[in-house]
Design a protein around this ligand. Structure first.
Ligand SMILES: *Cc1c(COP(=O)(O)O)cnc(C)c1O
Length: 454
């Protein structure tokens, strides 16, 4: 009998609540700190920046948080996403392992980011907020939030890192198509932007500068708030829809994963696919392993330090207890832009510290090789970020071949790569290389955050 290729969940079986793993964690995450006073950050501290419902979620210890009907309605455009048996990849690897992937690339923007953009726009809308601001690097988050804001009648201003704005004009066009305004950052729209332009004429911009501009606008107007696409607890929470659907689909397939894998930028898609399965380990003692796949050029989970650090490069955000390379760390310009972040969200960091999360760092050449193998075997060109998860899945499948074990592997395909073909082109031309980071570089970057510790 042929195995089922695609396990499709009916619309009416889409999960009705997100899963908050904090309720089941043996050690709760340490609190965020106010960067000025180093006192425990309060909900009130965050209210000028984020919608109240999102702040409540950020601090919540409730296990299940209901997904509002309006959010579920919009999820229905592309959810439930299919779970796919990677039979082509299994064959190409000649492995006895069964490989499954959750296909988040089917969303209108081509990635998982919409899963959090929709609820973030919704909770701002019902509070009476009129405008949102955000930053975007490569454009995945900005595009997602543009769709969500248009739907809920909010206007959106996106500060896009100048170098991306110039190199990736189609991403800007995508956001404009959905009705958002996009500015190359640093821009002339904000005080901090004007100051940066004066101080550093011709600068390429940075994510840190773009965040500062977006936050400045949110702070200046009582009907404006800011939205962030990764790292924070509430973002991780929204993304658990991925794993909750996969849990039901694996059951339909009649399998249970021995290992669950996701690529790792700030942790949102990794947390999304893995936390609902990690729950079985915390609550029922299941032996499921979860592995974060990070780039060797930005190895916060494998070579970083667990410490308090800023969430951004300029030091405007609260201090977060997390695995970090130091907020000054400058990763090489690898082609998985979404993974070039210096820290890991606080929930994943605590779980890693307590031994529940494994991590592997992968070099760029291995990831593109894996991406091309996957494209040829399964027909989908994966996002450069997602190729990190594919690389670890391949490593696990080859290990299963050596050991002769019929292991079940599940990974998240966080996005497709059709808007990243320049990177593939460069790889195919032989122009992409590995980067080794000297330990002393990491040490000195981490050294610089010693003074931030309470
Ligand atoms: C943004 C992005 C990532 C990394 O972000 P996480 O918060 O770690 O999930 C991974 N894959 C794709 C396709 C992205 O757009």
């Amino acid at each position: 009998m042929k195995t089922t290729k695609k396990i499709v969940l009916p619309e009416n079986e889409m999960p009705t609540a997100w899963y908050n793993i904090v309720a089941d964690m043996p050690t709760k995450p340490m609190p965020m700190l106010n960067p000025k006073t180093k006192q425990v950050l309060t909900k009130e501290d965050m209210e000028p920046i984020f919608a109240k419902a999102l702040i409540d979620q950020e601090f919540s210890q409730e296990r299940w948080i209901e997904i509002p009907d309006e959010v579920r309605d919009l999820y229905r455009i592309y959810r439930p996403t299919p779970l796919v048996r990677a039979s082509g990849l299994e064959k190409a690897l000649d492995t006895p392992a069964k490989i499954y992937f959750k296909n988040e690339s089917v969303s209108p923007v081509g990635s998982h980011k919409l899963n959090s953009a929709i609820p973030q726009a919704y909770f701002n809308k019902i509070q009476g907020i009129k405008h949102l601001t955000t930053e975007t690097g490569a454009g995945q988050w900005g595009s997602s939030l543009s769709i969500a804001c248009k739907h809920f009648g909010l206007d959106l201003r996106v500060f896009m890192v100048k170098v991306s704005y110039e190199q990736k004009p189609y991403r800007k066009a995508v956001m404009n198509t959905y009705g958002a305004q996009v500015f190359a950052s640093p821009s002339a729209e904000t005080e901090i932007g004007r100051k940066m332009r004066q101080q550093f004429p011709g600068t390429n911009g940075s994510l840190g500068m773009a965040i500062s501009e977006a936050v400045e606008e949110a702070l200046k107007d009582e009907y404006t708030r800011y939205a962030l696409g990764s790292v924070l607890n509430h973002v991780m929470l929204h993304q658990t829809i991925i794993g909750l659907e996969a849990e039901k689909q694996m059951e339909i397939a009649g399998d249970y994963p021995d290992v669950v894998i996701g690529c790792f930028g700030g942790g949102s898609n990794f947390g999304g696919i893995s936390l609902p399965f990690l729950r079985h380990r915390l609550v029922d003692g299941k032996q499921v392993r979860v592995i974060a796949a990070e780039p060797a050029s930005c190895p916060k989970l494998t070579r970083g330090k667990f410490a308090y650090d800023y969430g951004d490069t300029e030091g405007y955000t609260p201090l977060l207890p997390m695995y970090t390379l130091g907020h000054d760390f400058q990763p090489a310009s690898i082609h998985a832009g979404g993974l070039r972040y210096h820290g890991a969200g606080t929930i994943i960091s605590q779980l890693r510290k307590d031994g529940f999360v494994e991590a592997q760092a992968i070099q760029q050449e291995e990831t593109f090789k894996a991406g091309i193998l996957f494209a040829q075997a399964e027909g989908i060109i994966p996002a450069p970020e997602s190729t990190h998860a594919i690389s670890v899945a391949i490593r696990e499948a080859l290990k299963a071949r050596e050991e002769g074990t019929e292991k079940v592997i599940l990974f998240n395909l966080s996005g497709h790569g059709l808007i990243d073909m320049m990177s593939y082109e460069k790889y195919l031309q032989g122009g992409l290389h590995n980067f080794e980071i000297e330990q002393s570089t990491i040490d000195s970057s981490i050294e610089s955050i010693q003074s931030l510790q309470p």
